[in-house]
Design a protein around this ligand. Structure first.
Ligand SMILES: [Ca+2]
Ligand SMILES: [Ca+2]
Ligand SMILES: [Ca+2]
Length: 414
């Protein structure tokens, strides 16, 4: 992966030029204008890209490259490298390696590469130049101008390697300071083990019984597969995911608690740290539909009370029940909490009330109806010979009967 993160290191102005540093000014050819030149730290010189970050462990010896960029007719350079002296020890600098030819040499010129100079704690200065005054040897473009080797003293924190006072001088003693600088960083070693969390999405009550399970790791992991997940009481379907997030469908095989486990070291992070074990329990309690019973009276005399109370149950202890009615007669009231249908029809209500439907619904929306029924509201017959059946009706003797006759209550069972 290639990063191009810029960092600035605070560094005092270099008080002297490369000429004071070398004392070799007479030997230099003339550099071109390098006002737009840049310089970068490549933390991994063996790859062609410029990497701004690497990870290194304590006691590792790391080589970094200093890259001149966008130079014109370059024949000399001077660069200060400012590093974290508590986390790194500077070991040596090199003009070039087998893998990295020095930019100044690409046109066949001879060079001088000065020994690195520790100008203060945590700052080393490097410099190099073409020898002689051969304009055909000056170079343009970009490439390695120096390599530096450090030893890592501390792997627990980030350590920066910054550029300062990057000077591309000319033979007059003046130089152009590169203003576009790309620094490097040594990242701390990752010793942390990935952890993970489960989240569950409740099944759609109308769909097939499956629970959407999401696993979120604390950092990207590799090597995590369906077979890494142990499930007791269910099956895994349609496993997918990468990096930090994975999903699958859990198909329950039992009612009650389903155990899910991701064992330790099922997956690992970029540094090879295996994950911590994680257990979860999903309580699978599918809804059971309610049931409703009762035989509504199907006839009532005008001016008498009609009352029907259905009985309903639900196996799920958490569920509460609500009743509903369709085609309720206008003369009756209906209580959605008890299901009671209750009223006194008047003479004006005499007639047939058909297709009355009472149903009960549980907290999960499952609904069960009674068979549709009808109620006949009849005129009172002026006779003594009616039988009473009060099993489902509440009889009440009228204290005022407009018809003047004797009142009887009739309950007609379906
Ligand atoms: Ca590289
Ligand atoms: Ca980690
Ligand atoms: Ca239920």
């Amino acid at each position: 992966m290639v990063f191009y993160k810029k960092r600035r290191c605070i560094e005092g102005l270099a008080a002297f030029t490369i000429f004071a540093f070398f004392g070799l000014s007479a030997l230099f050819s003339e550099a071109g204008q390098n006002l737009s030149a840049g310089c970068a730290v490549d933390m991994a010189p063996r790859t062609p890209e410029i990497e701004s970050e690497i990870t290194a462990r304590i006691n590792d010896e790391i080589m970094i490259a200093i890259i001149a960029q966008n130079v014109t007719d370059l024949d000399a350079y001077q660069v200060d490298i400012v590093y974290d002296a508590n986390g790194l020890t500077f070991l040596k600098s090199l003009e070039e390696t087998q893998d990295n030819q020095n930019l100044l040499k690409i046109n066949g010129g001879e060079t001088i590469y000065m020994p690195p100079k520790h100008i203060r704690e945590g700052t080393v200065r490097i410099a190099g130049a073409l020898l002689g005054n051969h304009t055909e040897n000056v170079v343009s473009g970009g490439g390695v101008i120096s390599l530096l080797k450090f030893k890592v003293l501390d792997e627990t924190r980030k350590k920066d390697v910054c550029l300062a006072n990057v000077l591309f001088p000319d033979s007059t003693g003046k130089g152009d300071y590169a203003t576009s600088l790309e620094n490097g960083t040594i990242l701390p070693v990752d010793n942390s083990r990935p952890s993970l969390d489960f989240s569950f999405t409740e099944p759609d009550k109308d769909g097939p019984v499956s629970i959407q399970v999401k696993i979120d790791f604390s950092e990207p992991v590799a090597g995590f597969e369906k077979n890494d997940i142990r499930v007791s009481g269910g099956e895994i379907d349609t496993f997918a995911g990468s990096g930090k997030t994975y999903t699958f469908l859990l198909r329950p095989e039992i009612e009650g608690d389903i155990q899910i486990t991701v064992p330790a070291d099922s997956a690992h992070d970029d540094s090879g740290n295996g994950n911590l074990e994680k257990n979860a329990v999903y309580s699978f309690n599918p809804n059971h539909p309610p049931s409703i019973f009762g035989t509504p009276p199907t006839a009532v005399y005008a001016n008498e009370t009609y009352k029907f109370t259905p009985k309903a149950e639900d196996p799920d202890p958490e569920d509460s029940l609500l009743f509903n009615i369709e085609n309720k007669p206008d003369w009756a009231d209906f209580d959605i909490k008890t299901g009671v249908l209750n009223g006194i029809p008047l003479n004006s209500d005499i007639g047939e009330y058909e297709n009355i439907r009472i149903s009960v619904t549980d907290s999960n929306g499952d609904s069960i109806p009674l068979p549709a029924f009808q109620i006949s509201v009849k005129a009172i017959e002026n006779t003594d010979s009616h039988n009473h059946d009060k099993t489902e009706t509440t009889a009440s003797k009228p204290d005022d009967d407009n018809s003047g006759g004797v009142c009887f209550i009739e309950s007609v069972q379906r």
